[in-house]
Design a protein. Structure first.
Length: 318
């Protein structure tokens, strides 16, 4: 019998070993899926790739409350994202910066514009390591006139003593680090305001070479003088001890380069180093020193520069 070999061989089939391996793989995959489902996980969760975290660099920024200002007023500057105190300048003078306690890495600077600054274009410059930023600003005339003052013969020839100048100047430039005031200031006297800040002055027909560095109150002799904000008493000076121009004087430190002065008092009720709260009685109105009559002279200084006291009463100072 002639044999056809094709009749005696089994029909062709896929490779048996490959089928077994594929079946085993499928079984493993099914088991894995069952396990994931029992754990309430999705297949995509296991395959998800952890995102790469890219930290964005914080940019230091200088901002101002305004860019146009009158003589005798002050800028409030903020520097954000600063890892240490930045340096800041206006009109070639540097002013200290202080970190805001409730806003870490944010610094506040109060920048006074001295009353005799020429009107015109200026800039405020801030620097921190390799970063710096400059903002153009404009100073305008405060529009206040000239006051011609006549002093009696016993007052006209009085000049401040060296002790008076040194004590007052040094204490008005104090830069203690802690902010003591907590809100808007109040007026230190309930009397009517008589002579405003910033008025240029001529004494007994002399040249106009000075200006009024505070706000006057036409209080009666012996009327109370109050602390306008929380502070520490820096100085108590007496006419009998050489304060011949300022008269009996108190200087308060409100912290962070803000100081205030009270002149011509008839009585001083506080001692140096004493803490005072807003509204505490610190003295009484008088007529000591160079004065045309009973009144209180109140001045507020930033880094030793006299500024408009009304601004501390009418607006929040950071």
């Amino acid at each position: 019998m002639s044999g056809d070999s094709s009749l005696t061989q089994p029909p062709s089939h896929p490779d048996t070993a490959s089928c077994i391996i594929e079946a085993m793989n499928n079984m493993r995959l099914l088991n894995l899926l069952s396990l994931l489902l029992s754990l309430n996980l999705s297949f995509s969760t296991c395959l998800a790739v952890e995102p790469v975290k890219v930290e964005s660099k914080e940019v230091t920024i200088l901002s101002l409350d305004r860019t146009k200002i009158k003589q005798g007023e002050f800028f409030q500057a903020l520097i954000k994202n600063a890892n240490k105190p930045p340096r800041i300048w206006f009109n070639s003078k540097e002013f200290p910066s202080y970190e805001i306690i409730c806003s870490p890495k944010t610094y506040r600077v109060l920048i006074p514009v001295e009353n005799m600054t020429n009107p015109g274009k200026y800039s405020i410059l801030a620097k921190l390591d390799s970063w710096e930023q400059k903002i153009p600003v404009e100073v305008t005339d405060n529009g206040k006139g000239v006051s011609k003052i006549t002093l009696s013969p016993d007052k006209a020839d009085l000049y401040p003593t060296e002790k008076e100048l040194n004590y007052v100047g040094r204490n008005l430039h104090i830069t203690s680090p802690t902010k003591l005031w907590r809100s808007k200031f109040i007026y230190p006297s309930k009397a009517d305001r008589s002579s405003p800040f910033g008025v240029k002055r001529s004494y007994n027909g002399g040249p106009v070479d000075s200006y009024h560095k505070g706000l006057d109150f036409a209080g009666e002799m012996g009327s109370p003088v109050y602390a306008p904000a929380d502070a520490r008493v820096l100085l108590t000076g007496y006419e009998k001890d050489g304060f011949v121009v300022h008269g009996n004087t108190i200087i308060l430190d409100h912290g962070q380069s803000v100081t205030s002065i009270y002149m011509h008092l008839s009585k001083i009720d506080v001692k140096e180093g004493q803490p005072v709260k807003q509204g505490d009685k610190i003295g009484e109105v008088g007529h000591t020193g160079v004065s045309t009559g009973p009144h209180l002279h109140w001045g507020v200084y930033l880094s030793g520069v006299s500024t408009e006291p009304e601004l501390f009463v009418k607006q929040e100072v950071l």
